[in-house]
Design a protein around this ligand. Structure first.
Ligand SMILES: Nc1ncnc2c1ncn2[C@@H]1O[C@H](COP(=O)(O)OP(=O)(O)O)[C@@H](O)[C@H]1O
Ligand SMILES: [Mg+2]
Length: 255
């Protein structure tokens, strides 16, 4: 029988080796990835407890997180791992302070990363319950979040930035998403743009909601206005007759 230490190091070797089931951009996207011990333990625990059978390929590797596609029986999942080291504190602090749901947490480094993951998990649940198309969250272990994978077996859904055959329709969908987020979930995305919207089977899916805040947050309106600016800027560029003022009214006014 393998000890936990051995299993962990086997997992680490596997992840570092880039030997995934598929070769979707493995080389470029796994470059320079090194997990710390706690992350590996959390990943290991998540894989074991949630029953993940294979970690298939990396989808994305950013400054703050790494996302993998993985498989559990017939379910395709995405594993988002928040980096323990490079999260920008000054930046995330303002989203957490002022959000009464999470305000009492202590501020030391690793706890903030775990809190960030919990915040994304809670926001995904809130948005799912509000009828918004987001990846349904399944499991959380420290800085490791398991959620529904959006895409086909071999390719994750593209960002609308890279693929949007019908911008008019997408704009309508995004306006409806923002309205539901505000009115039903009581949340503001906070980093909404063509980078955090995926296009899947003609539907727009919202991702990356760790920074999303309650509409009661002192900077809520500021964040909402910035989201609206980004969205209208993108869709105007795509030839849609989008307008910040009317979008703001649409989002905030009762039906
Ligand atoms: N559930 C998911 N299904 C498919 N792809 C995903 C999923 N979640 C994230 N991705 C991909 O991973 C990328 C990074 O995820 P995101 O949550 O935006 O993290 P960040 O931008 O903070 O690194 C996304 O742009 C998207 O391409
Ligand atoms: Mg993102």
């Amino acid at each position: 029988m393998q000890t936990e230490e051995e299993e962990l190091s086997a997992l680490q070797t596997l992840i570092r080796s880039g030997e995934f089931r598929h070769s979707y951009e493995v080389g470029r996207k796994t470059e320079g990835k090194v997990f710390d011990r706690r992350t590996l333990l959390n990943l290991y625990t998540a894989i074991k407890n949630f029953g993940i059978e294979s970690v298939d390929y990396p989808i994305s590797s950013g400054k703050e997180s790494i996302v993998f596609k993985a498989t559990k029986k017939n379910e395709k999942v995405a594993i988002k791992i928040y980096r323990m080291s490079t999260l920008q504190f000054s930046n995330i602090e303002k989203y957490i302070a002022g959000d009464s749901r999470f305000e009492r947490e202590r501020r030391d480094r690793s706890r903030v990363v775990f809190l960030w993951a919990r915040k994304e998990y809670a926001n995904l649940i809130g948005m799912t319950n509000a009828g918004i198309f987001v990846p349904r969250p399944f499991y959380l272990q420290g800085n490791v979040l398991v959620m529904k994978y959006i895409g086909t077996e071999s390719r994750p859904a593209p960002m609308i930035k890279n693929y949007d055959p019908d911008p008019e329709d997408s704009y309508r969908q995004v306006a409806e998403i923002m309205k539901r987020m505000y009115q039903r979930a009581g949340l503001i995305h906070g980093d909404l743009s063509e980078y955090n919207l995926l296009y899947y089977r003609k539907r727009v899916c919202v991702i990356d909601v760790g920074q999303s805040v309650s509409i009661k947050h002192p900077m809520a309106m500021e964040f909402l206005e910035r989201d609206i600016k980004n969205i209208t800027r993108f869709f105007i560029k795509e030839g849609v007759g989008a307008n910040s003022e009317s979008l703001l009214n649409q989002v905030t006014q009762d039906e």
